[in-house]
Design a protein around this ligand. Sequence first.
Ligand code: G4P
Length: 544
Amino acid sequence: MSIASDSTERTTADVAVVARETARRRTFAIISHPDAGKTTLTEKLLLYAGMVNEAGMVRGRKNSRAATSDWMAMERERGISVTATALSFEFRGHRINLIDTPGHQDFSEDTYRVLNAADAAVMVLDAAKGIEAQTEKLFRVCADRRVPILTFINKLDRPGADPLECLSQIERMLGIAAAPVNWPVGVGREFHGVLDLATDVVQTYKPVPHGSLAVPTESAPLSEARGTLLTDEEADKLTDEADLIRTAGVPFDHANFLAGTQTPVFMGSALTNYGIEPFLNGFLALAPPPGPRPAVAGDVPPERPDFTGVVFKMQANLDPRHRDRIAFVRVCTGRFQRDMEVTVARTGEKFRVRRSVRLFGQERETVDAAFPGDVIGIVTSASLRLGDSLCEADPVRYTGRWSFPPERFAVVRCDDTGRRKQFAKGIEQLGQEGVVQILNDPTRSTLEPVLAAVGELQFDVVKFRLESEYGAKTAISPLPYLTAHWLSGPASALADPQVRGDVKIVYDHDGRSVLLAETDWALRMIKERNPDLAFDPNPPAGDA
Ligand code: G4P
């Protein structure tokens, strides 16, 4: 056999492996309001997938991670999670990648970015609280992006749980249809099972202490459950409710779910494990495998043979013992292999990936190979930034949405002259990580950049990290601006915009002009004075 045909054979075999591995992957992120139960649900998914023997380990690890990490001390102090990594586990022939998201609405932007790496999202709602004000915006932008969303209505064991109201909020506030997959048997203290609306089979549960083990389950068609699994009263009520849902509600439609216009809704209680198994089964049946990814030159199908990936998160100094930078990459096509040489599409820079890892808190595990849908952490000194595309062969430039319109602005200043170099480096790196947006004000020294953020806590993270990681003590002073608009138009109009005292022109990392305005009225005046300019409140979509 000639060398050529041998190598062609190997390639064909390799293509088949990649296709098989791609098809069995399910990559998703959980979006939720803090305290809705994201951590508990994650734990229970791991329990039911057989990844942990007893629930409680994730939380335990979460705490030990915070305890051994330096700047994550802030997470511990405030009981919030700022960082996000990915969990990966095998379940019934599938590889499930769960990308973690931060647990505080001030860091919604991070969650929003993570969606660039996910093929689906799971939205967790507290059954008694529904869609809460602070996360409505986040949920809405996810819904607007048409990501396929599965909904888990949690805490049905709590008094005040109102699944009907949750359904109507999803439709009213997010503008997507809500199609219940199952319905609870009772709510609050009475909650002890779910009815599958497609098969009319009831599943009931018996409690286990602390919900630490899988719960004992019994199933029967609704018609046979009366008098055995359900009391007459429960059976009557459930029948009425199911009839109502079937007549008044939206039937589930898989195509609409994939198009992001309809969300299948599951009922349960992560604390007691009720409804977890149907949810996990439903997730496996419905969540899509890795699909085409948007790029500057059009969508790239996952079948493309060479490795490509997109950096959706950057994190420096994640572990004080390592003091390094990790770029989290979603593999989009091909097979990633440790030690391979990749090109950064934006700059043409090439580097060899010597260290590729999977992270679980402080633990790092070397990853030798990865396939579309997987998330790998690449430890590198290459000058990567959020949104960069990495390619093995011909460059692809993936696009993504990396930032929300900022709503808070401040100036950060380093008064310690001896630490200015470290300060400048810290600002550059935190900007690359997307901790805040860094804007340059030409009327100030470059050592006094403007910070633009969505939530106030982002400023605290900047201050905390500049001090703890770069040794630079800083002062952060708020600025009175309320909005930012990216300007575009003819070069002459951009070079000399007509402004006034209550607005300011600053520049983003690519030198684009950004107008900060104190009031809507001021913005309107500026628009009138500059008819040739376009004003966009959304930071430009990344095409790095
Ligand atoms: P998060 O990651 O979305 O922030 O929420 P997390 O899972 O940490 O849950 C927040 C609180 O809600 C926790 O209580 C948790 O035990 C509780 N919880 C989660 N799911 C359910 C549920 O289905 N029913 C009920 N009744 N409670 C639930 P905590 O007191 O804040 O923490 P802990 O002491 O239980 O750890």
